[in-house]
Design a binder for this molecule. Structure first.
Ligand code: 9PG
Length: 539
């Protein structure tokens, strides 16, 4: 077998062609393999989209199937949900006994990597649809930070990178009000933020008529433009959340334009998951009318005065299925994203969320690089029983974001919001501080705390956080110094022990419940009622 040489180390490989590049080699092959030691110390798993797990773990780590199955399209790459080997999207790496890493990373879309049979194996799924395309890989060996930096550089050359220097500081409505937002409470919040230096005031989910009908609902009687105007009058820019690639059964897209939606192999509508108490469907980004709708939606929100756009649930555009034009799924997504980007204009700030990572690079300014945080550290039912680390929680958020920091040269990296409040929050001071420190490391600051929840001291802590720009130095995989102060994210890294014994039964019951639409809908309605109660008590 031929080999790639890295100083004294020789790595055997199979691929059609290999050529040296600074820091390693570029392989050209629809599928390839590079030999690893029989038992490397650990394996780097890279999840498909923002919320999917990224982690270093033991190569023999027992990963029970993530549950529930109904959420696969929304949380992981559903194509590889049942792959028994350690595997990940586009890139995989192993840590060797000398502390160096060996990385195999795709330089194109629709690629997957698995650790199998003493090798990192990589393959492009799009080969049958684009037989003439170049299928390239980077192979690097050395210090973790250097190898990932070179991989990011090569991706940047092919996909592009963010040009804006600094990420804006954001107040976002989700992690306090959730979808119980309305015009009055937002205006009150805007007022109470006073002179705190937030650059953006961003409305999250809850303003729209339905998922698919991106018009103001009855909670916004003055309309979206009037609210943007009020926000801008405080010297801030207006931000808005949309999930433009989704449609639910209650939307007019579903009623009137089923032909815009992605189909499965049998020609039925493909599932994009379950949320908002409803089944989710995906827009087919190769359909000209769907593309036109996307462009018009972007122009509309810009005309209202919003120029910070958090576009969410974007994975929907890259799910497997039958499209109007038969093209590889991530290429189809990227085509749709390009149309969206062009319609919103280069002067808008675009945060991609729930976004497949590689196909979004170069077209967005920022990317959510982990699952949602929450006002708690961890939920045992989700993370351990269902073995689902894509669900909300601060531990899940920090773990995956930390393992995606290599994206920093390409895009602004959003680790989700920090918490400063002590009401409506069960995080202890250490946990809050760890998440705040993650926002420094990511150089992306956002919070959802309601200003009147803060004590005077907490409000001043927010001001100090917004103005601080500490010098960041990485001293290890999970350790940094911020202006010389040592921080360690290790407490967020461990993965739970899989459930055994009686817990196995609890797992089965919860997994079953998660696949029943009627149970999920009732849970969503109950959650909305609780929110309204919370809202009645917050003044
Ligand atoms: C609004 C929210 C917020 C949040 C987003 C996104 O896998 N899931 O079940 C799942 C559901 C919702 C979700 C993330 C994951 O949250 O990340 O910031 O905008 O939508 O609905």
């Amino acid at each position: 077998m031929p080999s790639l040489s890295f100083g004294k180390i020789e790595i055997e490989y199979t691929a059609q062609a290999a050529r040296p590049t600074p820091g390693g080699y570029v392989l050209e092959s629809a599928s390839c393999a590079i030999q690893t030691p029989p038992t490397p110390r650990c394996y780097y798993r890279h999840g498909w989209q923002s919320w999917s797990l990224a982690a270093w773990h033991a190569p023999n780590q027992n990963f029970p199937l993530q549950k529930p199955v109904s959420l696969y399209p929304m949380q992981i790459d559903p194509v590889y949900a049942y792959n028994p080997n350690p595997n990940g999207s586009w890139v995989g790496a192993v840590e060797m006994d000398d502390g160096n890493i060996l990385l195999l990373g795709a330089l194109g879309l629709e690629a997957h990597v698995a650790l199998r049979g003493g090798a990192l194996q990589g393959w492009y799924e799009s080969i049958s649809k684009e037989p003439d395309a170049k299928h390239e890989w980077f192979v690097g060996y050395g210090a973790e930070s250097e190898v990932f930096a070179r991989y990011a550089e090569l991706l940047g050359e092919r996909l592009g990178r963010v040009s804006i220097e600094k990420a804006p500081r954001v107040w976002c409505s989700w992690y306090s009000l959730y979808n119980a937002i309305d015009e009055n409470i937002l205006l009150d919040t805007l007022d109470k933020l006073g002179d705190l230096p937030f650059d953006i005031f961003q409305l999250d989910d809850g303003w729209q008529v339905s998922i698919g009908d991106w018009q103001a609902n009855e909670k916004f009687p003055s309309g979206m433009a009037a609210l943007a105007e009020k926000i801008k009058s405080t010297g801030r820019r207006a931000g808005l959340w949309l999930a433009p690639l989704l449609a639910t059964p209650s939307s007019s897209i579903y009623r009137d334009h089923k032909d815009w939606l992605l189909k499965d192999a049998d020609g039925k509508l493909a599932s994009a998951g379950f949320n908002f108490g409803e089944q989710l469907y995906a827009l087919d980004t190769t359909h000209p009318e769907a593309l036109n709708f996307l462009a018009e939606t972007m122009k509309q929100v810009r005309a209202w005065g919003y120029d910070y756009l958090k576009l969410d649930f974007l994975y929907a555009g890259a799910l497997p299925g039958k499209r109007h034009i038969d093209m590889p799924r991530e290429a189809a997504y990227r085509h749709g994203l390009r149309v969206i980007r062009e319609a919103m204009g280069a002067d808008a700030y675009f945060l991609a969320c729930g976004a497949p990572i590689l196909p979004s690079i170069g077209l967005c300014d920022a990317m959510r690089i982990g699952p949602d945080v929450a006002n708690y550290w961890d939920k045992d039912r989700d993370s351990r029983l269902l073995y689902n680390q894509t669900t909300p929680g601060v531990q899940n958020g920090i773990r995956t974001s930390l393992n995606r920091l290599w994206l920093k040269p390409l895009v602004h990296t959003d680790p989700d919001v920090a918490y400063f409040r002590s009401v409506e929050c069960t995080l202890d001071e250490t946990q809050k501080a760890l998440l705040q420190d993650m926002t420094y490391v990511c150089e992306f600051k956002a919070t959802s705390d309601l200003p009147h929840w803060w004590t005077d001291a907490e409000r001043e802590a927010v001001r100090a956080w917004l103005t601080a720009e500490p010098a960041i130095e990485r001293t290890g995989r999970a350790t940094f110094t911020l202006d010389g102060r040592a921080i360690d994210f290790s407490p967020a890294l461990p993965l739970p022990q899989p459930p055994t014994g009686f817990d196995g039964l609890l797992r089965a019951i919860n997994a079953w419940g998660g696949d029943q639409g009627w149970i999920m809908s009732r849970m969503f309605q109950a959650w909305k009622r609780d929110l309204e109660k919370m809202k009645a008590n917050i003044h």
